[in-house]
Design a protein around this ligand. Structure first.
Ligand code: SF4
Length: 366
């Protein structure tokens, strides 16, 4: 099979590893550019979620490069993610592309479909081979998450930001090429040590919580590289979604039917009792957590027309106003412009600076 999938941050690294180890030719779609966005918006429904359009653009570019199998995640309500694969498949077929789409549904309640997709993906390989390939892919995903977490902490602190970006990028390439778990660990440890060793600025950065819809948080092309921009402006970002953690909770624990109750859901409950789809409930819970933990601000990113996050935003604005917590909400789509976004971010960072100064003065005055 000539297999492809949509981009989601650095997830192409573990996915390439997984499919290549199973003997497939992997066609990673080109990085998301204006061309990808315009392909997705030209052929996608106007009011579809932005992630659907970007994924559609990825698929078109991959099919043009010769992919014949597309792998896509599935889902169950209440929001629209569960329909992405079917809508994208119908659009691509109407454009005349010939391909097979494999939809990986959440395992709980869909064990048979998941097994059927796994059997198709493993092809002539054994189940043991599939397990080994999965272990290496997971190790790469965890290493990417660890590296990224460390980068969010260190970037605002280091003096030489361009050198930091080069180190980060080079490490991702090395992780992509790492042939086994041992090599992955070596690359990760070397990069973390190099980050630690970089000369630091003499200041403590303000800390913001980045909350919102998972795709917008994880895909830099969709969020206009918000984490990198904030880091370069000297702001430490704490994000609440990590793909390896998301897989652990939503795939493994759900599959094993193990009870789980996430803190953010509990914290959101007095304001939003039910699951509204996506990460809406988490956004509210994480905002309360940020207020409780003394963060300096909250940034909310979500696709234009994303209902769960629109529900959450109203509650978050009320909470932030009550607690005098700076909150910036960015609704993104194909019309989001880099210049206006940068200006709004800079204004927000100014507000953070004033707040940090005021809090410091209040502490000094006792
Ligand atoms: S969470 Fe928002 S963006 Fe994602 S599928 Fe649901 S409505 Fe669309």
């Amino acid at each position: 099979m000539k297999i492809s999938f949509p981009h989601l941050g650095y997830c192409s690294i573990p996915l390439r590893s997984l499919f290549a180890d199973l003997g497939h030719e992997v066609i990673v779609p080109p990085p998301i550019t204006r061309k990808t966005i315009s392909l997705g918006t030209r052929h996608g429904p106007e009011f579809a979620c932005y992630p659907l359009k970007l994924g559609l653009g990825n698929f078109i570019e991959a099919l043009e490069l010769g992919a014949d199998t597309l792998v896509m995640g599935g889902g169950i309500g209440p929001c629209r993610f569960g329909y992405y694969a079917q809508v994208q498949r119908d659009i691509l077929q109407s454009l005349g592309y010939k391909f097979k789409m494999l939809v990986v549904e959440p395992p709980l309640g869909h064990a048979r479909q998941v097994l059927a997709v796994a059997r198709e993906l493993k092809g002539g390989k054994s189940w043991l081979d599939l397990m080994r390939a999965g272990q290496l892919a997971l190790a790469k995903l965890r290493a990417c998450d660890e590296l990224h977490r460390a980068s969010l902490k260190q970037r605002p602190r280091v003096q030489d930001k361009p050198a930091f970006s080069r180190l980060y990028q080079q490490t991702l390439e090395e992780l992509d090429a790492a042939p086994g778990i041992r090599a992955v660990n070596i690359v990760r440890d070397k990069a973390l040590a190099a980050m630690e060793a970089m000369p630091l600025l003499d200041r403590i950065p303000p800390k913001v919580a980045l909350v919102g819809e998972v795709y917008l948080i994880a895909e830099p092309a969709a969020n206009l590289r918000i984490e990198e921009k904030l880091g370069n402006m000297g702001v430490e970002v704490c994000r609440h979604v990590w793909i390896s953690e998301w897989l652990r909770v939503n795939i493994f624990l759900d599959f094993l039917r193990l009870h789980r109750q996430e803190k953010a859901e509990k914290l959101a409950r007095p304001y939003l009792q039910c699951f509204v789809g996506g990460h809406g409930q988490h956004s509210v819970g994480e905002t309360r957590k940020a207020i409780r933990d003394g963060f300096d601000g909250v940034i909310h990113v979500y696709p234009f027309t994303c209902t769960p996050e629109i529900v959450a935003r109203g509650i978050m604005q009320k909470l932030a106003a009550q607690e005098r917590m700076p909150l910036a909400c960015f609704s993104m789509d194909e019309h989001s412009g880099e210049a206006g976004f940068q200006t709004r971010l800079e204004a927000f960072v100014d507000i953070l600076g004033h707040r940090v100064k005021r809090v410091k003065e209040m502490i000094e005055l006792g």
